[in-house]
Design a binder for this molecule. Structure first.
Ligand SMILES: [Zn+2]
Length: 402
């Protein structure tokens, strides 16, 4: 283990990693661990290796004798040739994060968060979420034997709360302004010795770096032109960009792909600020979108994502619910069932191609963040068909109809 520095993404103030620290105590912007510029991949058998062993050099602050994993990561990168052809771009790949232990990318950051909480001696962890992150933290907390607190909003649906409850955390429906709960939880954590693994905390960002590392390996270090990330709080897009940046610093890749922050028009605070050329996001007053997993009206890393796009040369874009549902159906046709939020990148590609931003010679990677089975309510918004037939008539029925 070696100590690393952690600094504010806005004012640059250095902080210490010897306590649970999540935001800058000077300007309240998110913190980021120093860029690792000297590392290599531990090539080995991925059937026996964990992602934390393979990319160990990029996590010098974690205690390798105290690793914790449920087998997150090593998710497939699928090339979608037919879809690329029909959209008119030269390459399209989907990083299928639905294949993580709790069916979303969140497990990567949860694992790092738990390892960090253990390093600091915490016995209690927590999170604020109504979806993917709540399920992930509940599962990992249970498996790690830690007392786990999950704060959800009071109007959470049965479909969403039941999978969280199955892992048996302290599950608390909180009445009041859900948007403020993120900031409130950091205070509650301090007062009650709970390590909050919230959406964009530094360790969650560190976990998401592995998505970029894997993409580099899966594409034989030939970088795509764009990586499109459905963006809510901003932790995942930050981690993915940092991962590419670190591999470039270590000489493993020649260039960092451009990052596209994709949001739903029904809740697009980062896109709105980007579009208006502003340095700071403003709260979306009445968010409404089918892409619930990215429906964050005031993303805690929103300003940092704007800074990231500026440095990286990437852009922000947003799509309608109708475009999202169309993309969800297109992905299902290719065998990948993503939740609506996970269909936002494909919808964005189609839109950016139609608008002429994409010329046609680009290679693009979409991050499919979470499983379609997490939000079955979206199925009712599609035209779904089935037929009925008696068993003894089935053969004739098929001959006559197909
Ligand atoms: Zn600061």
């Amino acid at each position: 283990m070696r100590s690393v520095s952690i600094h504010c993404t806005s004012c640059g103030k250095a902080h210490k990693l010897d306590e649970a620290i999540f935001r800058c105590d000077l300007c309240n912007e998110p913190l980021e661990i120093e860029e690792i510029s000297n590392g290599r991949i531990n090539k080995g058998n991925i059937l026996t290796q964990t992602i934390w062993e393979r990319y160990e050099d990029f996590y010098p602050f974690l205690d390798k004798n105290n690793r914790f994993t449920l087998g997150e990561g090593f998710t497939p990168l699928i090339e979608m040739k037919d879809l690329a052809y029909s959209i008119g771009i030269s390459g399209l790949y989907m990083k299928n994060e639905t294949q993580n232990p709790t069916w979303s990318f969140k497990d990567r950051g949860t694992a790092v968060g738990i390892m960090d909480a253990k390093r600091l001696g915490y016995k209690r962890i927590g999170t604020v979420s109504t979806g993917n992150m709540a399920t992930s933290v509940a599962a990992y907390g249970a498996a790690a034997g830690m007392e786990t607190f999950v704060f959800v909003s009071k109007d959470i649906s049965e479909e969403k709360i039941n999978p969280i409850a199955m892992y048996n955390p302290h599950l608390i429906k909180v009445e009041g302004n859900y948007g403020e709960l993120y900031f409130e939880s950091l205070k509650i954590g301090k007062e009650n010795n709970i390590y909050f693994i919230n959406s964009d905390v530094p360790m969650r960002v560190e976990g998401s770096k592995t998505i970029a590392y894997e993409i580099c390996e899966q594409l034989n270090f030939q970088m795509p032109d764009y990586v499109i990330v459905p963006t809510s709080a901003g932790g995942n897009i930050r981690g993915i960009e940092k991962g590419f940046r670190e591999f470039k610093s270590c000489g493993l890749i020649d260039n960092v792909p451009k990052i596209i922050c994709a949001q739903s028009l029904g809740c697009s605070p980062i896109y709105n600020a980007y579009y208006n050329n502003s340095d700071a996001i403003t709260r979306v007053e009445k968010p409404h979108t089918i892409a619930h997993a990215i429906e964050n009206p005031y993303p805690p890393s929103g300003n940092q994502v704007l800074r990231l796009l500026k440095n990286n040369g990437g852009i922000a874009t947003a799509v309608t619910d109708e475009e999202i549902l169309k993309a969800q159906a297109l992905m299902a046709k290719e065998g990948i069932l993503g939740q609506p939020a996970s269909s936002v990148p494909l919808a964005a590609i189609i839109k950016l191609k139609e608008e002429g931003f994409l010329k046609g010679n680009e290679k693009v990677v979409c991050i499919v963040t979470g499983s379609g089975l997490k939000y079955t309510a979206s199925f009712a918004m599609h035209q779904l068909y089935s037929a009925e037939c008696e068993l003894n008539e089935l053969s004739d029925y098929i001959k006559e109809n197909y």
